[in-house]
Design a protein. Structure first.
Length: 136
């Protein structure tokens, strides 16, 4: 990819993320109020985080956990969502999904499930262990 094309794609995704943050659905706004400021089990989440070609609704980098809030726009996007989930899995990111209705009617349960899922995620060490470390 040509440098200028890559630069334009980054700027375009940045604009897209900004627009998504400004135009969150009611369910996304509700969940964001519960997650921001380490409100979910002390976990830090980012909203509308770009990873590769995708924009994640909510992302906890510490636990490599993506939380997606799906509305009717996802009803006919099964192949796209599966491809996206596969890409994120290849990056070591686990994806959990909640429908809008569940977020709006059972927020405490959704947050509890997110915290539980974050506890199940195996986070890789920040630096790989040295080869041969501890032998000797």
């Amino acid at each position: 990819m040509h440098y200028n094309t890559a630069k334009a794609n980054v700027a375009s995704q940045k604009d897209q993320r900004r627009s998504l943050r400004s135009n969150m659905t009611p369910a996304e706004s509700t969940l964001w109020r519960a997650l921001k400021g380490r409100g979910a089990g002390g976990l830090k989440f980012r909203r509308q985080q770009g990873i590769g070609p995708y924009v994640l609704d909510f992302y906890c980098p510490e636990r490599r956990l993506c939380v997606e809030v799906d509305g009717s726009s996802h009803d006919y996007r099964f192949d796209y969502d599966e491809q996206r989930t596969q890409f994120l899995a290849e990056q070591g990111i686990r994806v959990i999904r909640f429908c809008n209705e569940l977020v709006l009617t059972c927020l405490d349960g959704v947050v509890a499930e997110i915290v539980s899922a974050a506890g199940e995620v195996q986070t890789p060490p920040l630096t790989p262990p040295l080869v041969g470390a501890g032998s000797g």
